[in-house]
Design a protein around this ligand. Structure first.
Ligand code: MN
Length: 131
């Protein structure tokens, strides 16, 4: 079975685009539109990777990442921060909060999958990770 990816994002256009790209590649995609739902879904479904928007209503992505890292179920799950913030220091803040990677929006559809797949276990990739 291919990897399942949880995407926590409040912007409908980004949700649509990223979900489309991931599903076309064969991934299962779970969606959450705010942090509390995202944490609940992560704990319940234990996705193989979490894509996390930083600018969310209410609880921001940094708080979501810190919370996820406090639960045994998600302490090891790869978390990729997705943010349009271009300010210096955001990358460091994302890593400090527990994120394992960082993708800048708007996403580049040509390189997005490659960036995501660097953080997914080879045996969970759609092509079986054959070398
Ligand atoms: Mn947002």
């Amino acid at each position: 079975m291919n990897a399942n990816i949880l995407y926590i994002e409040d912007n409908e256009q980004n949700l649509y685009l990223v979900t489309f790209i991931l599903k076309a590649r064969g991934y299962g995609v779970l969606q959450a539109r705010e942090g509390h739902d995202g944490i609940e879904m992560a704990l319940r479904h234990k996705p193989d990777l979490i894509l996390l928007d930083i600018q969310l209503p209410g609880m921001d992505g940094y708080a979501v990442a810190r919370n996820l890292r406090s639960h045994p179920e998600t302490t090891q799950t790869p978390i990729l921060a997705l943010t349009s913030y271009a300010m210096a220091g955001d990358r460091e803040k994302a890593f400090e909060a527990g994120c394992t990677g960082y993708i800048v929006k708007p996403i580049n559809p040509d390189t997005f999958l490659e960036e995501v797949e660097q953080h997914i276990s080879k045996r969970r990739l759609p092509d079986g990770g054959a070398t």
